[in-house]
Ligand binder design. Sequence first.
Ligand code: PEP
Ligand code: MN
Length: 337
Amino acid sequence: MVFILDPNVEQEKIDAFIHGWEQKGFSTILSVGTEHTAVCLIGNTATVDLDHVVQTSGIVSYGKRITEQYKAVNRSVREDSSIIRVGGVSIGEGTFTVISGPCSVESSEQILEIAKTVKKSGAKILRGGAFKPRTSPYSFQGKGAEGLEMLRMAKKETGLPIVSEIMNQTQIDLFADVDIVQIGARNMQNFDLLKAVGGLKKPILLKRGLASSIEELLMSAEYIVAAGNDQVILCERGIRTFETMTRNTLDLSAVALLKQKSHLPVIADPSHASGIRSLVAPLAKAIMAVGADGLMVETHNNPAQALCDGAQSLDLEQFRSLMEELKERATIERKEI
Ligand code: PEP
Ligand code: MN
């Protein structure tokens, strides 16, 4: 159940309202949007007389029942889209934010060359894996803490905010200088990790699990928000289907549906979705056309020698050329890129 509050209600009244519900055994989530403030009630709301609350509370303009299991991330709670700001970059409605960089940070020279070049082409955020979730224990596992240090250096040199994947809670302190913490597909339902990053005061990029439904993705986002962090970016990165000619199947309808069902920003990753370099640009254009708020695309200065995901990585010239195409399309979509 969600209560939309009257405009300009004093904070003490909101606190008292929330306290009243918590005394009765409910949990609450306060959602402060640009249009309105809402209090979301979680618990057994079947016994709550909605009309009575609206008439007697003195601060509620209207209320509604939310039938979906996801509450705080539900668009019913916040009709205006959430915009996440990180180091001068916005992610959300009205912008198409491109995140780019290698699957894995390999050396200072590699990450720096990629960072400088993708920045020149128009990327706004630098990605780079330091801890890599690999199917085989014999594959390159990433540079770990050293990789994060190289990424930090590239951030310092270029001014680009950085995003990197966390694998478990014990790594949280290592991510102090990482601007956006990525939860990868394999960890989307690692609930302890979701709760832990819910305690952080920085954006979380939550990737959809390989075989997770749209609702499960929203429920995982709900874990993070319920734990206190409402800065969540959803990422569609392809799902497993019967198809074997692509690495995964990009679920474009998920992008459009997530935008309708949730107020959170939604981006997509054509690199992991396809696994094939030549498909990255066409899928990137489709991702923009379907209404995503951005893109995460893997790039490498020498894809043939990449230690991870080279076959799906664009080289720096291919990325430049994709960005030119996306910039033209952004005008039609009325999005800043
Ligand atoms: C990645 O972004 O490099 C990655 C491992 O992605 P995913 O979790 O979507 O497989
Ligand atoms: Mn990768």
